[in-house]
Structures are given as C-alpha cells and as structure tokens.
Write a protein that binds this ligand. Structure first.
Ligand code: NAI
Length: 335
C-alpha cells in the first residue's frame, strides 16, 4: 500500500473547505489508490466549528482518509506537508479600505510562508485560494526562501473554468473540446480572459464564434464579474465551484494536464510582464509539480494592453505590502 500523502488545508472551517475536504477524502485529487492524511489549520476562535467538520469527515468513513490533525498552530499544520491549500483569509470588512485588507492578509501569508519553509517537505506544492490570491502567493513565496518559487501558485482556475463553461454554451460544444484558453493577470475584475488563441476541436474558436461583440461586451466582462454575479444571486461568495477549481488546479499540477490551464505563477519576465509578481498565465502541467509557461505565442496589441492593466494592479498591490516583503531576492529571479 502507498504511503499516505499529507495535505494541509487552511481556513478549514470555512465555506470552501466544507466542500473541498470531503472531495479530497474521497480521493478525487490523487486517485482512489492514494491514502491521505489531512492537517487542518484554523483560527483559535473557529476550533469548535472545525471539530464539527472533523466529526462529519469521520462519519464519512472514507477508506482513504487515514489521519486528521486539527490545529491553530501553523508549524503543526504544515508539518511534512506534501500539498497545501491556503484557503483561510480575512474578507474585507464593511467600510474597510482595500489596502488595509491587503495588509491584514499579507501578515497571514507571511507567517504561513515562513512556516511552510520551515516544516513542510521540500517538495511541497502550495496553491493560494484566499484573496488577494496572487499577492498572497507572492508574499508566502518571498517569505519561504528555501522553497522554489514555482512551488507557490495562485488559483485562477475558477476563472478559467468559468470561461470554458461560457464558451461551450455559446458554441454548443463540449468543455473538453476547448483548448488554448488563458486567463492572464490578477484574480480580480482586471483579469484578461483571452480567447484569441483558443481552439475548439482544433479549429480557431474566434472563427467559430464569429461574434466580436459577444467576446468583448458579454464574454470578457461576464467572466471578470462572475464572482460578483454569484454573490448577488446567492448572497454568499462562490464556494463549491471554488473548491472544485482548487482540486483541479492541484490534481493537474500533480498528475499533469494535456491542455492549457491557467495558474498564477511568479513572472520571469515573459511577454514583458514585470518579474516577481504572481500573474495568471497559460501553463502546461507535466506532472510531479512540473509545469511550463506557454511561451512565444503572438500577442495582439489589444491583448497586451489588457494584460498590462492587470499587471499594473498587481504592482500596486505589491507596493501596498512592500513592508512585509523581506529584503531579499527570490531564488532565481531578479525583482
Ligand atoms: P470563509 O470566510 O467561509 O472561510 C475562511 C476561513 O478562514 C474562516 O473559517 C476563517 O476562520 C479562516 N481563517 C482566517 N484567517 C485564518 C488564518 N490566519 N489561518 C487559518 N484560517 C484562517 O471564506 P471562504 O468562502 O471559504 O473563502 C476563503 C477565501 O477564498 C476568501 O479569501 C475568498 O475571497 C477566497 N476565494 C478565492 C477564489 C479564487 O478564485 N481564488 C474564489 C472564491 C473565494
């Protein structure tokens, strides 16, 4: 029998985790032969609620779930972790400035980055879900100097999958038929959902859609604003779909993907994107945590200007948290 893989989930008493944990336990991420241990991190105030979630996990009698650790201590939570889902974050409170929200979260991800660096496996892979996801991933990585920068990614897979669903509805095709789609930039309303390279069963999607008005005035804004649309309808932010995207993000990263997927990764300067910010880009996952950014695709002026707008926002976020970034260069990247 395989050794259990250790998966850490933060914000484990929250809404996304409530959907994610049960799917991890049922083997949807690593397959039905791979046993897992869960290490769950929460704020002290949420420990009791988390105990309730643990009781439900026990009641699921999942054959693959070998052990659960519950803690409010980061070093205990990340101990020997193979995979971490960094979901826990502070939402913006009523009337709070975005800058203050950024700083509060920055403090959380600084501590967690340090802790991962200290106690997780050196091969650990981390996906940041908690917002502002890109900037939080950057902060965690800056504070984990012994962990490769490529081991911290921000989740833009929900945006990616939202877009695939809209495209498949528009052209009446299967989601699996679509490839070469990309989300660029920040996980925010400035993101650029890029249809310009997309194919449907190998044919150029732009030609099949034949409707630029739809692309620019319906599709792009809809994907950018989908989070708000869900909040308006549900009164709460996306949770089950976010958990699904987190699981797919990690599964593809670990097991590989034969198509383009979008992930927020540390820029190395491709396409003129400033180095050292975590931007969503199209990648191909080769398995075992290895991925390659899709390089050298032609970039229209329109696309470049939309991407730049989102990168500007990331640079602004970075300047707002600069006090929390240690004075050091990231391994292998000049910043
Ligand atoms: P939630 O509020 O239901 O749960 C968050 C949990 O995190 C709470 O239980 C809270 O106690 C915990 N938490 C806060 N600080 C913590 C810390 N320092 N350590 C450990 N746990 C901590 O929120 P929900 O709906 O689960 O969303 C979580 C995050 O995911 C939010 O920041 C949300 O904006 C973000 N999100 C990101 C998406 C993406 O596409 N990247 C999509 C949807 C949500």
């Amino acid at each position: 029998e395989l050794q259990p893989a250790t998966i850490t989930v933060t914000g484990a008493a929250g809404a996304i985790a409530y959907s994610l944990l049960f799917r991890l336990a049922s083997g949807e991420m690593l397959g039905k032969n791979q046993p897992i241990n869960l290490r769950l991190l929460e704020r002290t105030e949420a420990m009791q609620a988390l105990q309730g979630v643990v009781m439900e996990l026990q009641d699921g009698a999942f054959p693959l779930l070998k052990n659960i650790v519950v803690t409010d201590d980061a070093d205990e939570a990340f101990k020997d972790a193979d995979y971490t889902f960094l979901v826990g974050a502070k939402p913006r409170s009523k009337g709070q400035e975005r800058g203050d929200m950024l700083k509060e979260n920055a403090a959380i991800f600084k501590e967690q980055g340090r802790s991962i660096d200290r106690v997780a496996k050196s091969s650990v892979l981390s996906v940041v879900v908690g917002n502002p996801a890109n900037t939080n991933a950057m902060i965690a990585s800056y504070n984990a100097p012994n962990t490769p920068r490529t081991s911290f990614t921000a989740m833009t897979r929900l945006d990616h999958d939202r877009a695939l669903a809209q495209i498949s509805k528009k052209v009446n095709c299967q989601v699996e038929d679509i490839d070469r789609f990309a989300i660029w930039g920040n996980h925010s309303s400035t993101q650029y959902p890029d249809l310009s390279h997309a194919t449907i069963r190998g044919k150029w999607a732009w030609d099949l859609i034949k409707d630029e008005d739809w692309i620019y005035n319906k599709f792009i804004p809809r994907v950018q604003q989908r989070g708000a649309e869900i909040i308006n309808a549900r009164g709460k932010s996306s949770a089950a779909s976010a958990a699904d995207a987190a699981l797919r993000h990690m599964r593809d990263w670990v097991l590989g993907s034969n198509k383009w997927v979008s992930m927020g990764v540390c820029s190395e300067g491709w396409y003129g994107i400033t180095r050292g910010v975590w931007t969503s880009v199209p990648v191909q996952c080769f398995g075992d945590g290895k991925f390659g950014v899709i390089r050298d695709i032609p970039m229209s002026k329109e696309s470049a200007s939309r991407i730049n707008k989102s990168i500007d926002e990331l640079l602004q976020e970075k300047s707002m948290v600069k006090d929390l970034l240690p004075n050091q260069t990231l391994r292998g990247v000049e910043v």
